[in-house]
Design a protein around this ligand. Structure first.
Ligand code: ADP
Ligand code: MG
Length: 611
């Protein structure tokens, strides 16, 4: 054979029709990637069949056995063979691929699994006395035989990939595969709160070990959702989350999202569902980030379970083999809905700080049983008559002073203040923490974090109304920067001007600051500029101007805030508490840390063994 010219004899150039078995194995590569993806397909089939109870078992991370049992409508005996053939489905007739109401529609899952493992389906429909069963092993289909069965379907998949050993090598440890299975089941359980799910590890035989179990929830959809999410994501999430219920242009968003003070270091606990399907959609995740950008540093992620529902025609689910991605016809509507729905709900919930923080604090109190170790709990009242210097436009002190005079008649009447949510200020400790007495407990406020938030909210309001008023510096400040920093700053000088921060190029790499935001009072212009540059670097990834500007504004706010270390008078403290109550989002600082924690008298009494 002529090696240089193999065309004539090279059989690789001939086009052939692949056998069904080969085609199914190839399809299996896309649909059944690992045990968890097989389980996903099987449980979705059970849901499509209208099941109300779904029991899932696996052995050895699903590698040797997967079993899914449901009480759905079942498969008739004369349909069993069809269910195993490729592109055979009862769910669509192929005329309208944009109007798909079921999880499945491709008719690929069962034949794919039969091609790469040993698959047995046993099923019984209503009104027949006996069920039927069929087995397919490595693509070889057996006979349909009668089998005793309750109404519903049991699908058993043994020795996944035994027919394609090369793929076995790509499986991870049993533990990792089992983890992926749990994740799949939890996602499905979240989207179907009225159905019961049980997940068992039956490695070694017997009834095995229950890994996850969710009984059917009752009540209206929100009650059911709440119950199920507490089960799946934990009671802490449920306690520290708020309800989301919004709509836009016929698209709805429901679910629960965590307070910014209850966030995680990764996006692993962000669950988004589109028409009941769990999706990993970059566009939606970025909308989520935008919605929380006011409250969380990049690198912190809220925990959410959000459900978007819309007409089936408005979203294409047929763009990913495992249907993990979807394509919206109007991506802008979905993004806008997520951002505005969450922002709105956050505004209403903004006063709340995470309860886990109070719990953790209590835990810390409990641990310090040794009185010699409790020096950090000693309290000292720091009262001071020092009058702060401030600009008339400055937030906080001026208003606090005004507030003070109007309140003087009350003599700071604790009884009157105490009925407020954040109570009556009683002391300042360590020159940063306000201790306040509420009707049924104690509140500890981080004065700097709280004031920073108030200044930020004020700045944003002013910006939205008519720009932030500027204060001219008596002596403009010249700041020497690197060439790149100077250029970057000048690029946004127009926007900064809107913040009341007026900068100009001063030749070379220098800039001159002529005006600073009046609201901040006297600030160190150089530090302010350097901070803004830091913020710009953090956000270099983002090309969304609004997000950048908000982040800068939040940095700017820090400069106008009451520093820790500043001694406050009780009137000032009370004024701060009242302002917090009146300001949205005041439960957390601009970085998602809480501005206050609350301990109930009940809990305090428990600490002392009184209850
Ligand atoms: P698809 O779900 O895309 O239709 P599958 O290969 O997963 O394709 O299933 C083929 C068909 O078998 C389904 O359309 C359905 O009619 C039937 N089927 C599969 N699983 C079940 C089940 N658990 N209960 C009832 N019918 C089922
Ligand atoms: Mg299916």
């Amino acid at each position: 054979m002529d090696v240089k010219n193999p065309i004539i004899n090279d059989s690789r150039r001939l086009i052939r029709q692949l056998s069904d078995a080969a085609a199914n194995r190839i399809a299996a590569g896309e649909v059944v990637e690992r045990p968890s993806s097989a389980i996903k397909e099987l449980v979705e089939n059970s849901i499509d069949a209208g099941a109300s109870r779904i029991d899932i078992s696996y052995s050895d991370g699903g590698k040797t056995l997967i079993r899914v049992k449901d009480d759905g409508h079942g498969i008739a005996e004369n349909q069993l063979l069809l269910a195993l053939s490729r592109h055979a489905t009862s769910k669509i007739d192929g005329t309208d691929l944009l109007n798909i109401h079921t999880f499945g529609f491709r008719g690929e899952a069962l034949p794919s699994m039969g091609a790469v493992g040993r698959l047995t389906i046993t099923s019984r429909i209503q009104d027949v006395a006996m069920g039927a069963t069929i087995t397919v092993d490595g693509g070889l289909i057996g006979r349909v035989r009668p089998a005793p069965s309750t109404i519903g379907t049991v699908v058993e998949l043994r020795d996944l990939f035994h027919a394609t050993p090369a793929r076995l090598k790509f499986l991870r440890t049993d533990r990792a595969e089992a983890g992926a299975i749990s994740d799949v089941i939890k996602r499905l359980a979240m989207s179907e709160p009225f159905k019961a799910f049980t997940l068992r590890d039956v490695t070694g035989g017997g009834d095995g070990r229950i890994i996850f179990r969710a009984d059917p929830e009752t009540g209206d959809l929100f009650d059911a959702m709440y119950g199920r999410l507490s089960k799946v994501l934990g009671v802490d999430f449920a306690k520290n989350s708020f309800r989301v219920d919004a709509d836009r242009d016929g698209m709805t968003l429901t679910g629960y999202a965590s307070l910014p003070t209850y966030s995680k270091g990764s996006s692993i606990s962000q669950f988004i569902f589109v028409n009941g399907r769990s999706v990993k959609d970059k566009n939606l995740l970025s909308a989520l980030r935008a919605a929380y950008s006011d409250f969380l540093h990049s690198g912190r992620y809220p925990v959410v379970a959000l459900f978007i529902e819309c007409d089936f025609e408005r979203v294409d689910v047929n763009v990913h083999p495992a249907k993990a991605e979807v394509r919206f016809r109007e991506p802008g509507t979905a993004r806008g809905l997520v951002i505005s729905g969450l922002r709105h709900a956050l505004a209403e919930e903004g006063h709340r700080a995470s309860s886990t923080i109070a719990d953790a604090t209590l835990g810390a109190f409990k641990k310090s049983g040794d009185i010699n170790n409790s020096s950090n709990l000693r309290m000292s009242q720091s009262w001071s008559m020092e009058v702060p210097r401030h600009h008339p436009d400055q937030v906080g002190f001026s208003e606090i002073q005004n507030d003070f005079s109007s309140r003087q008649h009350d003599n700071e009447n604790i009884i009157e203040q105490i009925s407020n949510k954040l109570g009556a200020a009683r002391a300042q400790i360590h020159e940063n923490y306000i201790l306040s007495q509420t009707v049924d407990g104690l509140v500890i406020v981080d004065q700097h974090a709280a004031h920073e938030r108030l200044v930020y909210e004020k700045l944003k309001n002013q910006m939205a109304m008519n720009g932030v008023s500027a204060q001219t510096l008596l002596i403009p400040e010249i700041i020497e920067l690197s060439e790149q920093d100077a250029a970057e700053l000048m690029e946004i000088s127009g926007e900064l001007n809107g913040f009341g921060l007026n900068i100009e190029n001063f030749g070379g790499n220098s800039i001159i600051v002529r005006e600073t935001p009046a609201i901040l009072g006297e600030v160190n212009a150089k530090n302010l500029i350097l901070d803004i540059l830091d913020e710009l670097k953090d956000w270099s990834q983002s090309n969304i101007v609004k997000e950048k500007l908000d982040a800068i504004l939040s940095r700017v706010a820090c400069h106008g805030s009451i520093r820790s270390g500043r001694i406050m008078k009780v009137e000032e403290m009370n004024a701060l508490l009242r302002e917090m109550e009146a300001t949205p989002h005041s439960g957390q600082c601009n970085h998602g840390r809480p501005t206050y924690v609350e301990l109930k008298l009940n809990d305090i009494e428990k600490l002392f063994g009184r209850t």
